[in-house]
Design a protein around this ligand. Structure first.
Ligand SMILES: C[S@@+](CC[C@H](N)C(=O)[O-])C[C@H]1O[C@@H](n2cnc3c(N)ncnc32)[C@H](O)[C@@H]1O
Length: 345
């Protein structure tokens, strides 16, 4: 939720401003249509939606209690555990009833679309507002023909062709994402996207590559111990890209369906519970290491199991935690998050 919380004030301001100024007059607007793209299966998406509903209800009170219907479409890949979200819906609706009454709860319709966000998801001009958090750095595929032996992502020692291949894949994917959403979003509709990026143009910056290089190192340690094959590490690469904000701007301009209203850059510590800005102030690297590994395991486990099999996982993440601890003793590398606000032309 930390990432979503960072974007939340921007989302609330945007919705306020949209409903007040840019849509057909509030009195005429009957349904406010929202999509959360790459929603995942945890509690974040519904927590975030309840914040958006609060914002809309407050606006409604300020406008003679004009009550809007709200349509929320949740999107993720078909493998996502949508059942987990659906089973949380009954308590979500209970809370809505308690807060705003039965009548209103009936006007808030939640549905889901299980398709890649690089494809069309919804009918033409059917959305006012699109949100996505922590998802768009995932590529549609690993770049083709990568010669990236000993690494699993971009790294300082990679060949220039590796950086180009990742950049080109991201360019293609993000362009396609904008193009597909531009068909679905109404004119003047908005899209707020938060994704992991990097702080400088140089693609091998520490904030972009280091966390993955330590995972590659852990896999190579497993090779040294004879537990996995070197060829398997050589052929494993992450379908991920962490863009610099100018790269995002360039793709938005080229695709040309959206005006770029704002880009915000936030730096966070690897440990989601460590809010200390000071690079030299070590939090508790042992506990931090465990928490970092838990987060990375949650997002990479299925990819690793598909490629290497299940048996080795606990061991590799134990080695990874040691590498993370050692790294945090020397340096508090940051994760860079980018929030981009777009307005459909
Ligand atoms: C780290 S989770 C983020 C979940 C939630 N938005 C949050 O902030 O907690 C990333 C999600 O993006 C989804 N995802 C990745 N690539 C996708 C794609 N091409 N289409 C739809 N969802 C995708 C994953 O399945 C995963 O659920």
């Amino acid at each position: 939720m930390r990432l979503m919380n960072m974007a939340l004030p921007i989302v609330k301001n945007t919705i306020n401003e949209m409903i007040k100024n840019h849509l057909t007059s509030f009195e005429k607007l009957e349904t406010f249509k929202i999509a959360d793209i790459g929603c995942g299966s945890g509690p974040n998406t519904l927590l975030f939606m309840s914040e958006i509903i609060d914002t809309i209800c407050n606006l409604s009170k300020q406008n003679n209690n004009h009550s809007l219907e709200i349509s929320i479409v949740l999107n993720d890949l078909y493998k996502n555990d949508f059942n987990n979200i659906f089973s949380a819906l009954s308590s979500f609706y209970e809370q809505l009833k308690e807060k705003y009454g039965y009548e209103f709860s009936q006007k808030c319709i939640i549905s889901a679309v299980a398709t890649s966000f690089y494809e069309r998801l919804l009918p033409c001009k059917s959305l006012h507002f699109v949100h996505s958090s922590n998802s768009l750095h995932w590529l549609s595929q690993v770049p083709e023909n990568l010669d990236n032996k000993g690494h699993i992502y971009m790294a300082k020692e990679c060949l220039p062709t590796v950086f180009d291949a990742y950049k080109n894949q991201f360019y293609k994917d993000f362009y396609s994402f904008l193009n597909k959403r531009s068909q679905e979003i109404l004119p003047t509709g908005r899209m707020i996207l938060t994704l992991i990026g990097r702080s400088i143009l140089e693609p091998s910056s520490n904030d972009c590559c280091c966390i993955w290089e330590l995972l590659a190192q852990s896999l190579l340690d497993m090779v040294s111990q004879g537990l996995i094959k070197k060829e398997d590490v050589d052929s494993f690469n992450l379908p991920l890209y962490t863009p610099y904000n100018d790269e995002l701007k360039a793709i938005v301009m080229k695709e040309n369906s959206f005006d770029l209203e704002k880009i915000e850059v936030y730096k966070c510590n690897w440990d989601p519970d460590d809010d200390d800005e000071d690079y030299n102030n070590i939090f508790d690297q042992k506990k931090s290491g465990e928490k970092v590994v838990k987060c990375i395991r949650a997002i990479t486990e299925s990819l690793l199991v598909t490629h290497f099999g299940e048996l080795f996982l606990d061991k590799v993440f134990k080695i990874y935690a040691e590498h993370i601890d050692d790294h945090l003793k020397m340096e508090k590398t940051k994760i860079i998050n980018l929030t981009i606000c777009l307005r459909k032309k």
